[in-house]
Ligand binder design. Structure first.
Ligand SMILES: Cc1cc2nc3c(=O)[nH]c(=O)nc-3n(C[C@H](O)[C@H](O)[C@H](O)COP(=O)(O)O)c2cc1C
Length: 183
């Protein structure tokens, strides 16, 4: 397999975000993939009026995603849906019309929550947009990570063995998927 690069887009701005910790933990679990953890702090709100001279943060975000072989979304659930910052990033990456940085890429979704349902609602609302954007989303295994509150130690490292095992399996399937789809 060719070594593939993955833009990991994190759906939370919080400093101590579980989603961010999860995203950062992936590199050690799939050493043959290269991960670029993309946080959305400072990404301007999408406004079509600005496309004539797009903000530098849009340009930087678009470039980072465009150059990756694949996109992996790691997100919490807000009110049974996608956090606004993540939806905004999808909107930014999808435009200008006809120049979406997501088009045709392989992708995956890992939702998470301290609660039991693992962000199921966010995961599926997100899939609606990703399907429209022609991202080829890995269907199985699905990744709804519940009970994430005890998954990380004081230094932010992953300490929950069951989650480590699950993420390794998920990434193994994801790597195979990326290799099949990526150009
Ligand atoms: C505005 C808001 C809405 C939330 N809605 C949900 C929800 O629908 N389902 C859920 O499981 N958790 C919900 N939560 C709790 C989040 O799962 C929790 O705050 C989580 O730590 C956020 O992810 P992060 O750690 O990556 O920042 C909500 C939190 C906030 C702030």
């Amino acid at each position: 397999m060719t070594s593939r690069s993955v833009a990991v887009i994190v759906g939370s701005l919080r400093k101590e975000s579980f989603s961010l910790k999860l995203a950062k933990s992936l590199a050690a679990l799939a050493p043959t993939l290269t991960f670029d953890v993309v946080t959305l702090n400072g990404l301007s709100f999408y406004n079509q009026d600005l496309e004539a001279t797009p903000p530098a943060d849009w340009v930087a975000f678009r470039d980072r995603v465009r150059k990756a072989d694949a996109v992996l979304f790691v997100t919490p659930e807000y009110n049974r849906s996608v956090p606004g910052v993540l939806k905004n990033a999808i909107d930014v990456g999808s435009r200008p019309y006809g120049q979406s940085v997501f088009d045709g890429k392989p992708g995956g979704v890992i939702s998470n929550s301290p609660g039991a349902l693992g962000g199921f609602g966010a995961n599926h609302h997100l899939r609606q947009s990703l399907t429209f954007l022609n991202i080829a989303i890995l269907q199985q295994p699905e990744a709804y990570v519940g009970g994430i509150g005890d998954a990380f130690g004081a230094d932010g490292g992953l300490v929950k063995e069951s989650l480590r095992d699950f993420l390794k399996q998920y990434l193994s399937a994801f790597e195979g998927w990326v290799d099949r789809i990526a150009k």
